[in-house]
Design a protein around this ligand. Sequence first.
Ligand SMILES: Cc1cc2nc3c(=O)[nH]c(=O)nc-3n(C[C@H](O)[C@H](O)[C@H](O)COP(=O)(O)OP(=O)(O)OC[C@H]3O[C@@H](n4cnc5c(N)ncnc54)[C@H](O)[C@@H]3O)c2cc1C
Length: 455
Amino acid sequence: MTDSTLHIVGGGMAGSEAAWQAAQSGVRVVIHEMRPNIKTFAHQTDKLGEMVCSNSFRSDDHEQNAVGLLHWEMLQAGSLVMQTGYAHRLPAGGALAVDREAFSDAITAALASHPNVSISKEEITSLPDSGQWIFATGPLTSDALGAAIQAETGADRLAFFDAIAPIVHADSIDMSKAWLQSRYDKGETEEEQKAYINCPMDRAQYDIFIDALLTADKTEFHEGETAGYFDGCLPIEVMAERGRETLRHGPMKPVGLTNPHAPDVKPHAVVQLRRDNALGTLYNIVGFQTKMKYGAQKSVFTMIPGLEKASFARLGGIHRNTFLNSPTLLDAQMRLRSRPHIRFAGQITGVEGYVESAAMGLLAGRMAAADILGRRLPEVPQDSAHGALIHHITGGAEAKTFQPMNVNFGLFRPVDGLKGGRRGRRDRYKAYTDRAKAAWQTWLAAQASAPHAAQ
Ligand SMILES: Cc1cc2nc3c(=O)[nH]c(=O)nc-3n(C[C@H](O)[C@H](O)[C@H](O)COP(=O)(O)OP(=O)(O)OC[C@H]3O[C@@H](n4cnc5c(N)ncnc54)[C@H](O)[C@@H]3O)c2cc1C
């Protein structure tokens, strides 16, 4: 093995796409995949690009939906995952659903027959000292490798579970009911003293809310998923089951806050939302990680005063999920700061979903190939869907509260001069996607002289 070989650990969504992109640009690639020798609780086969659960790549609307836009961008960049997805498409309305077996068969065949790719069925258990590497080992990274990564990053920078509180688009919060204030006005600057959005509840509203939590539909953990779960990330509905007052003494405590809309009325409980990105377009509901089903979450959380018309960038969840604190550990090129010959890609970088994972594989594959070939890859444009995601995970997200993220328009820089709120949404989303497409095409064109240009 020479230094001009790219080693990719993990042949899932991200690893397969990274391998394809690098191989298409003329780089020799070895994919190291541990299955079938070492299994995970979710994968069923020894194929590359296995879809572990649903068979959907979600919305295919590239004008009005951020994941649809990601499909479009990937296709423009000659993505193996996306081309194969369309080739094995199943009818599913506006969604891109795929025949999972035909899909992973085709991904495996395309990579196995590529002259620049070889596949080694082995588990990698340590971080290598030299060579060019991409680790794309996913949410179910093997235990031995997880321990090696943790030894490198420190225990608090590699999580084994996500505990995602719902994330709300800031412009959908009703500020005639909610207000900005940090508890006890803590902080040196006005920005810090107003870092939270607060939503007040009176006693009757609180009681109805607790009843709704107790009766809401919940999802179960997958078999084999639960080890170590109760370490300090209790779902909100489990807190409510422990006693009706538990939340009022926990994340919903009403102390240190004064409602400027009714300064003389002491709220019975307060739901707090904390800024989730540097742009200030997204807020997470503090302490509201949950195993409620998505439909139930929407109906329960829109009972909160101020959130009646909330639009959710993502709903909450708790899953087995190995992921890095990427904003502190990775540079803008997804290289591990402490070992720049190693990149990470896919779900382990803190994106969430098949498409997002494959998209981060696409970028990592191109970046690593450019390094090996001694080429300069232009910076990924922040206004593209790929750019919005990579910017979020490597810098835009709040590092302290970092949790995995789907692509969504809340990650995009606002377009000047467009109306906010629900009414302006169609025009706003079209403006985001038009701007993204132009930026992405410019980025691809700048690589046009290279063999891995858009196909
Ligand atoms: C139970 C479960 C259900 C999910 N359901 C969905 C869903 O419905 N829709 C959705 O969009 N996303 C879902 N996800 C998230 C999903 O895992 C990701 O979207 C996507 O598969 C991540 O791609 P990846 O390439 O990062 O990881 P993966 O696709 O998991 O690929 C990682 C690969 O690395 C291999 N590997 C791990 N450790 C090693 C090692 N040490 N050496 C060599 N190989 C190794 C694994 O065997 C695997 O093949 C789910 C995740 C889980 C755990």
